[in-house]
Design a protein around this ligand. Structure first.
Ligand code: CMC
Length: 394
């Protein structure tokens, strides 16, 4: 198979790195399906745990399978007490994504009975552990930033409700979860759950291809997700909307700046490698924004700015010609703000949503006997062979 020929595809624009049966994405027509089911239907009729089951195991769960999956996850929601000590070592203002990747990485040390990628039983337990503990680990990074005590998970709540409880309850104050908040969060997690071979998922597969365990692979995926061109765009987008709002709401100025090749400013939450049409996730999220803000009777000035920005950009020749549309990160931050989630936690929320996708890809790769270690080639551009220069002659 080594032909000696190497093809260059900078940034993997045309190169498929694998075959996958998980997610279908058609960027020209703006279609996204998980295991054949349109994202719009799943967002409307499913909950996040059913969606996770679908992605990981390939089929929508029966009632019994769903219940078994849910109760299995519930069994693992607490984290090892010693893991909590990690949080003491981090500076108070650490970014929660930095904490998330470290603590997830540490799971390889704490749960050594589920790190063998070749033992199906261990793999199964590691999937439950990851799904169950990520919300707890994530919420503790927020509690750490506030200096508040960590809450134990509440297993009488569903997945989204429990996350909101972990974030916002205190030992002296119960947090009564608003069903509209849990519903909005459920929808956001579903639309983030997978997106085929994106940067973080490819990272999880790349790391996993060396037979690294699932915790190590996912910790790497979290780091890849953090970048502002990927999942970090949701935080960057809201910071940009704040900047525009504080600057008098002059969206035209920022659209022009994004077009200016002498500026490195880009419209965050705009553009996509694969979508050359509207990102279907952005459409679902925008509708959810409308619904939630309407229900809460909330007037978020950033939602106004976002809508104006979208309108101006979509009429602009530059954005039309380059086929740049709002992506998943454009409106999600407005919902997170309405839920009371602080901006530095936005990308952590993306990670919670993307987790089933990472697990599904990691598992698919391991279940495929044709998998080989991922090992891209390169085109060498350095110096040809040259004589060694001794230290006293350099
Ligand atoms: N604002 C202004 N110009 C843009 C933007 C933007 N947001 N996105 C792309 N362009 C221009 C870019 O300058 C380039 O112009 P030219 O052809 O003249 O050099 C052209 O469009 C193609 O862009 P690219 O950077 O070559 O495209 P890419 O496929 O390598 O990058 C992207 C895709 C998403 C990184 C990019 O569109 C971007 O930086 N967007 C802003 C960050 C963002 O919202 N990221 C979230 C992506 S969706 C969620 C996820 O998958 O994590």
């Amino acid at each position: 198979r080594d032909t000696g020929l190497v093809t260059l595809d900078e940034g993997f624009v045309n190169t498929a790195s694998t075959r996958s049966a998980i997610t279908y994405l058609n960027g020209e027509e703006g279609i996204l399906r998980y295991r054949g089911y349109p994202i719009e239907k799943l967002a409307e009729q499913c909950d996040f745990i059913e969606t996770a089951f679908l992605l990981i195991y390939g089929e929508l769960p029966t009632r019994d399978q769903a219940e078994k999956f849910r109760s299995g996850i519930r069994e693992h929601t607490m984290i090892h007490e010693d893991m909590k000590r990690f949080y003491d070592g981090f500076p108070t203002h650490s970014h929660p994504m930095a904490i998330l990747s470290c603590v997830v990485g540490s799971m390889s040390a704490f749960y050594q009975d589920s790190i063998d990628p070749n033992d199906p039983y261990q793999v199964e337990i590691s999937i439950y552990r990851m799904m169950a503990k990520l919300p707890t680990i994530a919420a503790y990074s927020y509690k750490k930033s506030l200096g508040q005590p960590f809450m134990y998970p509440n297993n009488s709540l569903n997945y989204c409700e429990n996350f909101l409880h972990l974030m916002f309850a205190t030992p002296t104050r119960e947090y009564l979860v608003d069903p509209d908040f849990a519903e909005a969060l459920n929808l956001l997690l579903i639309v983030h759950a997978d997106h085929e071979q994106n940067c973080s998922t490819s990272t999880v597969r790349m790391v996993g291809s060396s037979n690294a365990n699932v915790f190590a692979s996912i910790s790497s995926g979290i780091n890849a997700l953090w970048g502002p061109l990927h999942g970090g765009a949701n935080e960057a987008c809201v910071r940009m909307l704040e900047r525009i709002a504080n600057d008098g709401g002059n969206v035209r100025k920022y659209v022009d700046m994004a077009k200016d090749k002498n500026s490195d400013f880009r419209l965050m939450g705009f553009g996509h490698r694969v979508y050359k049409n509207r990102d279907p996730r952005a459409t679902i999220i925008k509708a959810s924004c409308d619904k939630l803000l309407g229900k809460l009777n909330l007037d978020d000035p950033l939602f106004e700015v976002a809508q104006q920005l979208e309108e101006v950009a979509l009429k602009d020749e530059y954005f039309i010609e380059k086929k740049l549309y709002p992506n998943v990160d454009f409106y999600s931050g407005v919902i997170y703000r309405a839920l009371g989630i602080p901006v530095q936690m936005f990308t952590v929320l993306f990670a919670l949503g993307r987790l089933p996708g990472w697990l599904a890809h990691w598992k698919e790769m391991h279940d495929n006997p044709a998998t080989r270690i991922n090992r891209p080639r390169q085109i060498y551009t350095g110096s040809p062979e040259r004589p060694f220069v001794a230290m006293n002659r350099r």
